[in-house]
Design a protein around this ligand. Structure first.
Ligand code: ADP
Length: 484
């Protein structure tokens, strides 16, 4: 159990219509600490009945919430932001306990998540319509933006404190209400955020949280005729399934799905910057992010030096419990994640890959894994084609710019890509040729709430963050006023 200053932030019930409720039959499920594999607590397990009750509450709260002024809604979101920052230390302890990331990363995630409430509190006041020059003197044409209605959010375990604000802030700012189903590995972060939302003054029913069975809660959310919009972050496989289920009621969808991010390091790159960028991108959250570098392509001229420098830096990363102050790499989320990493390494080695750092389960045991570098990567390896979602950096060799672009784009995914070069012309050419939604040039970290985040191809639909982020929760209505 994390030690908290405010024990009231450790919620284990369902939030429906402004009240905390246990599940039918007092059903619960366990939440474990991935570092110790110990039980943290049991959490109420919602099902279809609870999901339907939450949807009904969100539907009932919609008329009055959407009728408030944007400025009024913004004031509540701003208070939510302030409360998150005031309670950041407790929230970080909850996040590290259930997710495993080092406390420093947890604090960073919480500040990043809070920033979405600030950004969209401001943006709520700038939802502008249009007037259109009339084709007829007798008419006036107007375009209004209106909240889409009740929204459902389904979120993953890798950023349990940031993925929720990224969805809830624009939705609520726009005047929508929401039902959230957080990932079952990390419901405590979601419930703590929800508690702070209640304290910030959210009216009953505006924001509801139902942890529980994906097959019941998730399915109720994506099939209910009362829900007009689904916003999901998770795997492409589940996203595809949700899209098919949502088709029955023609819901608007935002999908932030899997990635297979390439990093291109050209001969003219600044080596220190490239190594630092690859570590930031690849090893953040122990490699468990959808924008993590998954394939590192290095040009011939600097290949050997890069492999050596990166391997030395990766071998020095400190692995441990996320609550220890010097920890840089925590555990992976569960045993299946460790298994997948091991499988990708075995496959790569059997096809000629050379392990130049790490490569094994960590002596700490449990879900800990050594940060790993594999040189001599080839396109037939699983690690080149699938998202590893773990701390393994595979390095591939390339000869020229054309080949690098072709290799980078040879995937069905299109979320994030990175490249390192000091050549200005190349920055433009490569930046425009890469088929990815988010591109980092000479950096491994592009996160900012004021910039649009989202993928091309099978990495998803829609954008989160920036002014584009609020559009996802708005309908466009055309008014044609005649008889003037
Ligand atoms: P991850 O690899 O991040 O766990 P998933 O796509 O498996 O990604 O899960 C992301 C979220 O989607 C979680 O909240 C999970 O519970 C939920 N989820 C998984 N399967 C379904 C489903 N069939 N219907 C609705 N939600 C689901």
């Amino acid at each position: 159990m994390p030690k908290l200053q405010d024990k009231g932030l450790l919620k284990t019930d369902l939030l429906i219509d402004g009240g905390w409720h246990s599940a039918r039959g007092a059903a619960t499920f366990p939440v474990h600490n991935p570092a110790t594999v110990d039980l943290i607590t049991q959490v109420a397990q919602g099902g279809r009945t609870e999901a339907d009750a939450a949807i009904a509450a969100a539907d009932a709260a919609l008329p009055s919430w959407s009728a408030r002024t944007a400025k009024d809604r913004a004031a509540i979101l701003r208070r939510w932001h302030d409360l998150i920052l005031e309670n950041a230390e407790d929230l970080a302890r909850i996040l590290t306990a259930e997710q495993g990331k080092p406390l420093a990363e947890a604090r960073g995630e919480i500040a990043y998540g809070a920033a979405f409430y600030e950004w969209f509190a401001e943006e709520a006041k700038r939802v502008y319509g249009e007037t259109i020059p009339t084709p007829d003197p007798d008419r006036r044409l107007m375009v209004q933006k209106q909240p889409i209605g009740v929204c459902a959010a389904i979120t993953p375990w890798n950023f349990p404190m940031a993925m929720i604000p990224r969805k809830a802030a624009p939705a609520l700012a726009a005047g929508c209400t929401m039902v959230l189903k957080p990932a079952s590995q990390t419901p405590l972060s979601a419930l703590a955020l929800a508690e702070l939302g209640q304290r910030a003054g959210l009216p009953a029913g505006v924001f509801n949280v139902i942890p529980g069975k994906a097959s019941e809660v998730g399915d109720a959310l994506v099939t209910s005729p009362l829900v007009r919009k689904v916003t999901f972050t998770g795997s492409t496989e589940v996203g595809r399934h949700l899209m098919a289920r949502a088709a029955g009621t023609i819901k608007k969808l935002s999908l932030e799905l899997g990635g297979n991010a390439p990093v291109l390091i050209f001969d003219d790159a600044d080596m220190d910057r490239a190594v630092e960028g690859v570590i930031a991108s690849k090893f953040r959250n122990m490699g468990q992010t959808c924008v993590c570098a998954n394939r590192i392509y290095v040009q011939d001229g600097i290949y050997d030096r890069f492999v050596q420098t990166l391997s030395t830096a990766v071998s020095a990363l400190k692995v441990g419990d996320g609550t220890a102050t010097d920890t840089e790499q925590g555990p992976l989320i569960d045993a299946a994640a460790v298994q997948k990493v091991e499988d990708h390494i075995e496959d790569a080695v059997s096809l000629g890959g050379q392990v130049t750092a790490g490569g094994k389960r960590h002596p700490l045991g449990g879900h800990f894994f050594e940060p790993t570098v594999i040189a001599g990567g080839t396109q037939d390896m699983k690690i080149a084609r699938e998202e590893t979602f773990g701390p393994v950096a595979p390095i591939f060799r390339f000869k020229d710019e054309r080949e690098a672009i072709k290799l980078a784009n040879s995937t069905e995914y299109g979320l994030a890509a990175y490249f390192f070069t000091q050549n200005n012309g190349r920055i433009w050419r490569v930046g425009e040729a890469l088929e990815f939604g988010v591109i980092g040039v000479n950096t491994g970290n592009t996160s900012y709430e004021g910039a649009p985040f989202g993928g091309l191809k099978e990495s998803g639909l829609g954008r989160e963050g920036s002014h584009h982020g609020i559009d996802e929760f708005l309908e466009t209505k055309y008014l044609c006023i005649a008889g003037i």
